[in-house]
Design a protein around this ligand. Structure first.
Ligand SMILES: [Zn+2]
Length: 698
């Protein structure tokens, strides 16, 4: 076969073909190794900005409790102002009179203005929304206003900000799919209108990625907006209802699909730990009211963690808020004095703690930038992520008793995790990873493994097949997948003649039975285990159905020790902990051994992961890799076929990854596993580029 690749369909969605110079003249100074963190520099109409950067929020044209001098002293470089509030008061005529906000508030540095969208959508009753924009009544004087993409840009032009934001429809991150999609589509139409309204103005304009908590919407939104001539892109609609891990995952997904040569701004985030995690995932810019808001409540961010200076333990302390801080407050005042000011509700307490918190935030960003430039970010990240969540360890607060009784049930390294949606899962305490973290576990087990593998129809005997059907259940966990298979078998058994069914063997691999034991002792949380099978399996290592047609056996220990000796599988449910927690089970080497064992029966492997790294590992092992169904917020999952014809023979005809995926892979940050030499990279690249899967389909 000739070595040339077929003509590639270059997807129009990418990044690298845009003009390199924008209004901001963005330069990527350094990208970290082993992280998506990056340091960059860009130019605004009011000077240079170095990232990562934190932007204090000057809602009404002032950061609460601070002067522009005190802000400058803390290291503040860019301020964020709220268009919605400034539109209502003082109003555009004031900004026109002063020639913009810089002169009005005596701030000479860069300013970013938001569009007003976020504030409008936080008003539940007093607005009306349509294609044109949002109609609302002023809280200042009761007048009616229309905030449209055009009027928002007009106001931001009057403000004279260096960076303007498009009007977007901000929606709760837990919004259902159809609502989230409609809001996203509207946001895209408004994005184009905003660009037209910006016209030839020299002010930069950022687009905003929406899509709530839905991964494929977020991905589409990022790709569509990357095509428009924005000067930067923001991620909106996060930090409004989702968990930290969901936020981190969505951030990572979106930055994967954003251009490398534009700044990326995560709106409304956040806490120090959120910013650290955001930078690690490729974010450059943040804003949040937290440093001044918590200062008002007496909270200080310090190198020792977060302190509440209202506590009476500080009444007599002569030490500064943070001995390692060089801010003016720490140089000049004691904890005792700040404690006294806060207790007396004196404005100065808020001002002084605000200075300290702001200095802490800017120092954190500078440290991140320095370690990126030194290419030492990853080790800094690992250390800092522990430091930033510490609480007042020198003066621990006594826990109220009820906290103790509310502790979740635990066994070994596992605890029961109750989701806000009302289902229970198991969390590994050491890694923090929740099994089936985003969906009701039974739903995910049925959708990804039982329905997608068409298990019910495979259990029916056909003329020529009488041999047993063998399923490998890799990562037994709390037995969600295997119990879903048992329930599927029992439904078939109830509906069909015994003689019409194939025998079924379920082989579960697990090194640690604590999750199953923990779940089985809390049947109220785990109704799928209200069955005789799990108890028998735990007692005897196996369980047999009364009909003898179904055998469930447990191979306890490391899955890798059993690959060559376990009964050859027809189907593999591959559900171990993620590659972050258990990387050894996601390598090309393991998949090669699985493939060799699977070939005699042309097995199919189903897994929840859709990550590029995992798919690449399957491909290099020689699997044929297809897109599996989505589940909850996951837009897709993965099916790996041992043989080329597998996908074609499959009743649901899943789509093999094609040229489009290959093109994306070539441009991916995660193109190679970590630590490959250049020779290994070339070999690896050849394995993927020459994989028959990319030549077979037209
Ligand atoms: Zn300080």
């Amino acid at each position: 076969m000739a070595n040339s690749l077929p003509d590639l369909e270059i997807s129009p969605v990418r990044k690298d073909c845009r003009p390199l110079k924008t209004r901001l003249n963005f330069t990527l100074d350094k990208a970290a190794t082993g992280s998506k963190a990056r340091a960059a520099t860009f130019q605004t109409l009011h000077g240079e900005v170095k990232t990562p950067i934190f932007m204090p929020v000057a809602t009404q044209g002032t950061v609460k409790g601070q002067t522009v001098d005190s802000l400058r002293m803390t290291g503040t470089r860019v301020l964020l102002v709220n268009t919605y509030h400034l539109l209502l008061r003082p109003g555009p005529q004031v900004f026109k009179k002063f020639g913009g906000i810089h002169r009005f508030m005596n701030w000479t540095g860069p300013v970013l203005s938001d569009s007003g969208g976020f504030q409008i959508f936080s008003l539940p009753h007093s607005r009306e929304m349509n294609e044109e924009g949002a109609h609302f009544q002023s809280y200042v004087d009761g007048k009616s206003y229309l905030l449209s993409p055009e009027s928002s840009i007009e106001m931001q032009k009057a403000i004279g900000s260096d960076i303007m934001m498009v009007l977007d429809q901000c929606i709760d991150s837990t919004a259902p799919y159809p609502l989230a999609q409609a809001a996203m589509d509207l946001t895209h139409r408004w994005a184009e209108r905003s660009l037209r309204a910006r016209g030839e103005s020299l002010q930069a304009l950022f687009g905003i990625v929406q899509g709530a908590g839905h991964r494929n919407l977020r991905k589409n939104s990022a790709m569509i907006l990357s095509e428009l001539p924005f000067d930067g892109l923001a991620i909106g609609g996060l930090a409004v209802g989702e968990t930290h891990h969901e936020r981190y995952d969505l951030t990572e997904l979106v930055t994967e699909h954003l251009p490398k040569n534009l700044p990326r701004y995560l709106m409304g985030v956040g806490t120090p730990i959120d910013m650290l995690e955001g930078v690690h995932r490729g974010i450059d810019m943040f804003d949040c009211i937290i440093p001044s808001q918590l200062a008002q409540r007496g909270v200080a961010f310090t190198s020792q963690g977060k302190l509440q200076l209202r506590r009476s333990v500080y009444k007599l302390r002569e030490t500064p808020v943070d001995a390692q801080c060089d801010c003016q407050t720490c140089q000049q005042y004691s904890r005792a004095y700040i404690h006294h000011l806060i207790k007396s509700d004196e404005f100065l307490g808020w001002h002084l703690l605000g200075i300290h918190n702001m200095a802490f935030y800017h120092r954190l960003m500078r440290e991140m930038r320095d370690t990126i430039l030194r290419d030492d970010f990853l080790s800094y990240f690992e250390k800092k992520r522990r430091d930033l969540v510490r609480t007042d360890e020198e003066n621990p607060a006594r826990l109220p008793k009820k906290v103790k009784t509310a502790q979740p049930a635990r066994l070994g390294d596992y605890e029961i995790h109750n989701s806000p949606q009302g289902f229970s899962s198991i969390r590994q305490i050491s890694s923090g990873e929740v099994m089936h973290s985003v969906n009701a576990p039974n739903d995910e087990a049925n959708r990804l493994y039982i329905e997608q593998s068409c298990l019910a129809s495979r259990l029916l005997k056909r003329d020529t097949t009488v041999d047993e059907l063998v399923i490998w259940d890799v990562g037994l966990g709390a037995a969600f997948n295997v119990m879903a298979a048992i329930h599927c078998f029992e439904r078939c058994y109830g509906e069909k003649e015994e003689s019409a069914l194939r025998p079924l063997r379920l082989v579960s691999f697990e090194c640690d039975l604590d999750p199953l034991i923990l779940a089985a002792t809390h049947p109220a949380c785990f109704p799928h285990l209200r069955h005789g099978a799990p108890r028998k399996l735990l007692e005897n290592g196996k369980w047999q159905h009364d009909s003898s047609l179904l055998l469930w056996e447990l191979l306890k220990g490391d899955f890798r020790d059993y690959i060559e000796s376990a009964t050859i599988p027809d189907l593999i449910f591959y559900d171990p902990f993620s590659s972050k927690t258990d990387s050894a089970l996601w390598t090309g080497e393991i998949f090669t051994r699985i493939l060799e064992r699977s070939l005699p029966k042309s097995a199919e492997l189903y897994t929840y992961s859709a990550s590029t790294a995992v798919r690449v590992a399957f491909l290099t092992a020689g699997f044929f890799v297809a897109e599996g169904v989505g589940s909850g917020p996951k837009s897709d999952t993965t099916i790996a076929f041992a043989r080329a014809r597998g996908a074609g023979d499959h009743p649901l005809s899943p789509r093999l990854l094609g040229q489009e995926w290959l093109t994306r892979w070539r441009r991916s940050d995660a193109k190679f596993p970590a630590g490959l030499s250049n020779d290994e990279k070339r070999r690896f690249e050849k394995l993927i580029e020459s994989h028959p899967q990319f030549f077979s389909d037209s």
